[in-house]
Write a protein that binds this ligand. Sequence first.
Ligand SMILES: [Zn+2]
Length: 214
Amino acid sequence: MTVKKLFWEDPYLKQCTATVMSVDGNRVTLDKTIVFAFSGGQASDSGTIHGYPVMAAQKVDREIVYEIEADHDLQVGQQVEVIIDWEKRYKIMKLHFAAEIVLELMVQNFNDPKKIGANITAEKARVDFEWHGNISEVFPLLQKRIEEIIDSSIPILSCFSDEEREIRYWKIDGFGKVPCGGTHIKNTGEIGAVLLKRGKRLGANKERIEIYLC
Ligand SMILES: [Zn+2]
């Protein structure tokens, strides 16, 4: 029995009650959680378990192990309140989906360039591509299309493609369907305005797109 990931069922949950399933020094697991652990480039959430700040959240296969301070009194079987830093998470969700749109627009409009990296924090998202030349040349088209998609407030569906193996995807009718295990907003309109910037040079034929909320 691995942790039930409520952040998929309802990515807007800010608080939940859970049961402590294991305690190993300062590492604990829960029966269910809303605290996302870094994966697919999406940063871990900040939050607390029974008031103890989560210092690290690590995905171990399908389990999530949380590190809290060593001097804690949590016991197996104990009921605890789990709270996330919602302001941080919501920024991550908006930037995450802005990055999804940028990526899909690149796939559709620029001959599916090879993605070589991605990272999403509450401050910015970045997507790196194998690319010849200056990637900011495509920004007018990207910026126009992403604004259209945001302004159209389009519903985003997020589902399991394989619930047993916890493989998920997001889908926008008529736009795209992409595998991803991150936490997604429900509507493109939530993103608001975004700004694209060319990131630092990564080396020959490698370019970075940075995305900011504004
Ligand atoms: Zn995603």
